[in-house]
Design a protein around this ligand. Structure first.
Ligand code: FPP
Length: 256
């Protein structure tokens, strides 16, 4: 159950094991107020804190945040710089809280392009939190799903050329293990804020059976309550994974 009386009812025993969030709408939030885009991203980073805390307190085991896409490098230089500064600030300011809350931080994406100071801080945080177990926070940073899939194919190709993997042994599991997300379950729920209804190169492989939830809230306005609404909506969905309703009912009965 949620905290306040009017919170949506969430069944803590049937939480999504992994939630991914496409945090969209910072720019529009800023424009509506006559602020710079950088100020919108700053407000977005406050919402990041809210969402991380909320997931941890509800008991969500894995949260992936789409913080910066491979394509975002093409944005104006000042905006890229502002986003990188916010990330560095987030790591510094949240370090203690992340440790106290036993959160493991990992990165999905091509860190080579990230400025050295941010990269070093993020790597230190990844190392410092590697034994934390209460929740995994995956920061998709300099991340693109197509780029991730191509990278995995290239690595698998190298293993084949070296005679370490036979083409006949390549299956869905082996491929999944070559992705950045190898130690995460597939996302059960993907939330996109900001009203657009698209996936924008986020976890394309992993989202094969994810439930999609689109919120019209701009990301800086996305609250704990909005997150609970998304989870409650997810819990009302009937997931079939390509099977029939009857087969799923039988499986559910066997599971009880
Ligand atoms: C999309 O909004 C959002 C981003 C490109 C970046 C998301 C970054 C943050 C929420 C802040 C920093 C992150 C962390 C983890 C501290 P947009 O600019 O495309 O919005 P618009 O569609 O309204 O223009």
């Amino acid at each position: 159950m949620g905290r306040s009386k009017d919170s949506p009812k969430v069944d803590r025993k049937r939480l999504p094991r992994h939630i991914g969030i496409i945090m969209d709408g910072n720019g529009r939030w800023a424009k509506l107020r006559g602020f710079s885009r950088a100020r919108g991203h700053r407000a977005g980073s406050q919402a990041v804190r809210t969402v991380v805390k909320a997931c941890r307190s509800i008991g969500v085991q894995n949260l992936t945040l789409f913080a910066f896409s491979a394509q975002n490098w093409g944005r104006p230089r000042e905006e890229v710089q502002a986003l990188m500064e916010l990330l560095a600030e987030f790591i510094a300011k949240e370090w203690q809280e992340i440790m106290d809350r036993d959160i493991r931080v990992i990165n999905l994406g091509e860190l080579r392009r990230v400025p050295p100071d941010v990269r070093t801080r993020l790597k230190s945080m990844i190392v410092a939190t590697r034994k934390n177990r209460s929740m995994t926070l995956a920061l998709a940073l300099s991340y693109g799903a197509r780029e991730e899939i191509v990278r995995a194919a290239r690595n698998l190709g190298r293993r084949m050329r070296a005679g370490k993997l036979s083409p006949k042994d390549l299956d869905v599991n082996v491929f999944s293990n070559a992705l950045y997300t190898s130690d995460l379950p597939d996302p059960d729920l993907i939330i996109r804020t900001g009203g657009e209804m698209r996936i924008s190169n986020f976890l394309l492989w992993q989202s094969a059976y994810a439930e999609l939830y689109f919120s019209t809230k701009l990301f800086p306005d996305f609250s704990r309550q909005d997150l609970l609404l998304a989870i409650a909506d997810y819990q009302r969905r009937r997931r079939r994974f390509g099977l029939t309703d009857e087969q799923i009912r039988k499986k559910d009965r066997r599971g009880k």
